[in-house]
Design a protein. Structure first.
Length: 415
C-alpha cells in the first residue's frame, strides 16, 4: 500500500523584531544635542524677553494711568469753544461738564492706543530677536559640539575596521579634549591588540605550513609504493585526508587574518564573474551529490580584491552544495544591483535551520548543531571568512532561513 510522502518541514517563524533597529521616518528631526541646546538657548531668550516685555508694559501702563487725569479743568462759567481732529467728541456748544468728560474719554482712548502700539511693536521686535537668537544659538551650539561630531566621524571610520584613525583634537584643555584624548588612547590599545592577534595567527599559520607540506610529501611517497601492504595504504590515505584537512584549516586561518583588515588596493570586480568562477569550481561536487546549480547573474561591479571576493562566493556555494537534501536538491546563485548596491544571493534547499542558530553559523568552527571539527564537510571557517571579507570591503552578509528548509545568504556591497 502506497503511503503519501510527508510534507517538507517548514522553517521556524522569523523574529518579529529587527535586531538592527528601525530607522525613524524623519531622521533630520531627531532630538540631537545641538537641537536641544538651540531650543534651550532660544527658549531662555524668549522667556527673558517675555518677562522684560511684561515689566515694560506694566510700568508704561502704570505711568499712563497716573497721568490719566486732565492737567486742567474747564469751569462752568467759561465759554466752551473747543475743536479737535483727534477728539471728534469736542464740538462747539458743549457745557463745561460735557467738555471735561469728552476730554477725559479722548485721553483714555489715546492712552489705550499708545499701549496697544507699544505692545504690538514690542512683540514684533521680540519675534525678530527670537529668530536671531535661535539662529545664533544653533550656530554656537554647532561650534561648541563640533569636537563631538569629529569624535563621532572617527568612531564610524573605526567601526569600518580602520583602527589607524585618530581624533587628535586641538583646542583648550577642556572636557571634550579629555574625551578625545581618552578615545585616542583606547584606539591605540585596540590597534595593538588586533595587530598582535593577526600577527600571531599569520605567523602560526605560516609556521604550520612547512611540517604539513613535509607530511603530505612523505605520505604521497609511501602511497606511491606498489609493494606497500593494503593496511598501510589505507592508513596512509586516512592520514593524507587528515593532513589535507589540517592544511585547509591553516589556509583558512591565514585568510581570516588577512581579511580582517580593510582592503586598500581596490580594483573593479564583477560579482557575476566571481560567482561564475565559484560555480565552476563547485560544479563537480554538485554533480556528484545530484545538486542542480541555477540562477541568473547580472553584471554587478564593485571595488575590491577579486581573490577575496571569489572566496566569499566559493564558500557560500560550497556550503550550499554540501548542506543540501539527499535528492532533488538545488542551489540558486544570482547577482544584481539594488539601490546602489551590488547583491550576491545564494539560496539552497536543505535542512530546516532555526532562526536562533543563524548567528552561530558565522562563528569560527561552528556548524548547525555541531561544534569544532566533527564533520567532513569543512573546517568550520567558511562563513567566518565570508563575513570578514565582506566587512573588509565595507559590505555585509545576512543569512535567513528559507521556507521549507535551507538558507538564503545575501551579500551586499557598495558599488
Amino acid at each position: 500500500m502506497a503511503t503519501t510522502p510527508a510534507p517538507p518541514p517548514t522553517a521556524p517563524p522569523k523574529p518579529t523584531w529587527d535586531p538592527r533597529g528601525a530607522e525613524p521616518p524623519f531622521p533630520w528631526v531627531r532630538p540631537t544635542i545641538r537641537i536641544r541646546l538651540t531650543l534651550l538657548y532660544g527658549g531662555m531668550f524668549m522667556i527673558a524677553g517675555i518677562l522684560l516685555l511684561s515689566i515694560i508694559y506694566l510700568l508704561a501702563a502704570a505711568a499712563l494711568h497716573t497721568a490719566n487725569d486732565l492737567p486742567f479743568k474747564l469751569l462752568p462759567e467759561s465759554k466752551i469753544q473747543l475743536t479737535s481732529n483727534s477728539c471728534p467728541a469736542l464740538a462747539p456748544g458743549l457745557s463745561a461738564d460735557e467738555a471735561n468728560a469728552a476730554l477725559k474719554a479722548c485721553v483714555a482712548e489715546q492712552r489705550q492706543h499708545a499701549l496697544d502700539d507699544l505692545l504690538t511693536r514690542s512683540l514684533m521686535a521680540l519675534v525678530g530677536l527670537s529668530v536671531i537668537a535661535f539662529a545664533f544659538g544653533y550656530a554656537m551650539a554647532g561650534r561648541v559640539l563640533s569636537p563631538l561630531g569629529r569624535i563621532t566621524r572617527t568612531a564610524r571610520r573605526v567601526a569600518g575596521t580602520d583602527l589607524t584613525r585618530r581624533i587628535e583634537l586641538d583646542g583648550p584643555d577642556d572636557e571634550l579634549k579629555e574625551l578625545a584624548d581618552t578615545f585616542d588612547d583606547m584606539l591605540d590599545r585596540l590597534e595593538r591588540a588586533f595587530t598582535a592577534q593577526q600577527r600571531f595567527v599569520a605567523n602560526a599559520s605560516h609556521e604550520l605550513r612547512t611540517p604539513l607540506a613535509i607530511n603530505r610529501t612523505l605520505l604521497e611517497v609511501h602511497l606511491s609504493d606498489p609493494g606497500a601492504p593494503v593496511e598501510l595504504q589505507q592508513l596512509g590515505k586516512t592520514l593524507l585526508a587528515t593532513n589535507e584537512r589540517s592544511e585547509q584549516l591553516v589556509e583558512g586561518l591565514l585568510l581570516l587574518a588577512r581579511s580582517d583588515n580593510e582592503i586598500v588596493d581596490r580594483k573593479p570586480v564583477d560579482l557575476a564573474e566571481v560567482a561564475s568562477r565559484a560555480i565552476d569550481q563547485a560544479r563537480g561536487e554538485a554533480e556528484a551529490k545530484g545538486v542542480e546549480i541555477r540562477g541568473e547573474r547580472a553584471p554587478a561591479v564593485v571595488q575590491g580584491n577579486g581573490v577575496l571576493l571569489e572566496r566569499i562566493a566559493l564558500n557560500l556555494v560550497q556550503n550550499a552544495v554540501r548542506y543540501n537534501v539527499p535528492e532533488d536538491g538545488w542551489v540558486s546563485v544570482t547577482t544584481e544591483l539594488q539601490q546602489g548596491q551590488a547583491v550576491l544571493l545564494v539560496s539552497n534547499t536543505g535542512p530546516v535551520v532555526p532562526a536562533y542558530e543563524i548567528d552561530n553559523l558565522f562563528e569560527p568552527f561552528r556548524r548547525l548543531r555541531t561544534e569544532r571539527t566533527g564533520s567532513d564537510k569543512g573546517v568550520g571557517l567558511g562563513l567566518s571568512i565570508a563575513r570578514s571579507v565582506a566587512r573588509a570591503h565595507g559590505g555585509r552578509i545576512i543569512a535567513e532561513p528559507r521556507e521549507g528548509g535551507g538558507l538564503v545568504m545575501r551579500v551586499t556591497m557598495p558599488v
